[in-house]
Design a binder for this molecule. Structure first.
Ligand SMILES: Nc1ncnc2c1ncn2[C@@H]1O[C@H](COP(=O)(O)OP(=O)(O)OP(=O)(O)O)[C@@H](O)[C@H]1O
Ligand SMILES: [Mg+2]
Length: 372
């Protein structure tokens, strides 16, 4: 029996296909967890007159869920699935949003004369909630139809958002067999649609929380398994702990740790690889995050506490939503600052307050009451 040499280069290439910190998940078999949210959206799709809004903080995995939805329905349903998904942007009007949607629907599902090319200004002028209803009613006769409007928070034109709410109401009142799914970055519904009261009953509100440790572990282990690599359990827990529920960081750290191991001609990720991975991942985090960190910690005076208080905040025992209380910062700060005095909250309350301000990058958000 001959032992084939391991092709570490080939594994490194596969690694960057399973860990994709910069892009949303496209493939169902790389998608982990999110059972509750998927079930809630699928319920909305299955119930005529129901629509859905999926909202949460940046980077929690909203687009990924939208992208794999049709794969979750495929196979179970004998009818074709038509699932146009479009990104909204700051310049969008109601017409431009729907002209993008209609241009994504394959011609075979559209009645003659209704095929749309994106950016056709003449056609843009014709689009109203009523015309959208008419066209999509016909498309929905031929299969399961759901429309995903991603990045809804980017729309600046308030009337476009109101008209989308009107469209949802119209679809619901006329029992149109098409589902509208809105995705956006927001803490709550009001941040995305102001007039939501009128559509509350027909709109399933689905918050996307941060992912739990188990879901993040599945991302790392599932990905490594696909490329024939393994990871020591303490390393796994370090990656998922540092990710704080945000899958982007899980992908970023797993990718870098895997590469470090492969550079050492190893298939098992060990603590030394994590250590190096953190260093290289830090050089790859988004420019905006690095700028915010610099703004938060910069001081013209020597020996200010800013960077140490911020580090202590990161180390404070937070709940599943990433929330902590000022008092939780004391112990980690004691560990970081070797100073014989025990820290009390009044010594850093001003820093916490400053971290919530835009000029300090707004790296913290004050949730309950302003820090005083
Ligand atoms: N369920 C999941 N399983 C595995 N990886 C995921 C999952 N959800 C998201 N990811 C990964 O997390 C990162 C962020 O995902 P995604 O772009 O979908 O988030 P988002 O909420 O749409 O972000 P944004 O608010 O910036 O639009 C990507 O690297 C993606 O591959
Ligand atoms: Mg997104």
């Amino acid at each position: 029996m001959t032992n084939e040499p391991i092709d570490f280069e080939a594994i490194a290439l596969s690694l960057s296909r399973v860990f994709t910190p910069a892009t949303a998940i496209n493939s169902d078999d790389l998608f982990c967890g999110r059972k509750t949210q998927i079930r809630a959206v699928v319920d909305a799709i299955n119930q005529i007159g129901q629509h859905a809004i999926l909202y949460g903080e940046r980077g929690v995995g909203k687009t990924s869920l939208g992208r794999i939805l049709h794969k979750k329905l495929k196979g179970r349903e004998p009818v074709p699935i038509v699932a146009p998904m479009v990104n909204c942007d700051s310049g969008d009007s109601f017409s431009s949003i729907w002209s993008k949607v209609l241009s994504e629907i394959p011609g075979e599902y559209m009645d003659e004369g209704n095929t749309y090319e994106e950016n056709s200004s003449e056609q843009d002028l014709d689009i109203t909630p009523h015309s959208v209803r008419k066209i999509l009613t016909n498309v929905a006769e031929k299969g399961i139809l759901f429309v995903i409007l991603d990045e809804f928070d980017k729309i600046q034109d308030e009337s476009a958002r109101t008209l989308v709410a009107d469209t949802i109401k119209l679809f619901s009142d006329h029992a149109v067999k098409a589902t509208i799914i809105i995705i956006g970055v927001s803490d709550d519904l009001t941040g995305l649609i102001r007039e939501h009261q009128s559509i509350e009953r027909c709109l399933a509100q689905i918050p996307m929380p941060r992912m739990d440790r188990k879901e993040l572990e599945d991302i790392v282990q599932g990905g490594l398994e696909k490329v024939g690599m393994t990871i020591e359990s303490q390393c796994l827990s370090e990656i998922t702990g540092l990710s704080k529920g945000l899958p982007h960081y899980t992908h970023l750290l797993a990718l870098n740790a895997g590469r470090q191991a492969l550079d050492d001609q190893q298939l098992a990720i060990a603590p030394i690889h994590i250590k190096r991975a953190i260093k290289s991942a830090l050089t790859q985090v988004q420019e905006s995050i690095r700028n915010n960190y610099d703004n938060a910690t910069y001081s013209s005076k020597k020996d200010t506490l800013h960077s140490r208080v911020l580090l202590a905040c990161a180390m404070a025992g937070a709940d599943e939503f990433g929330r902590f209380q000022p008092i939780d910062v004391c112990d980690p700060l004691d560990d970081i600052v070797s100073d014989s005095r025990h820290f009390t909250t009044d010594r850093f309350a001003g820093h916490l307050k400053a971290f919530c301000q835009p000029d300090r990058g707004a790296v913290l958000t004050s949730k309950v009451a302003p820090f005083v």
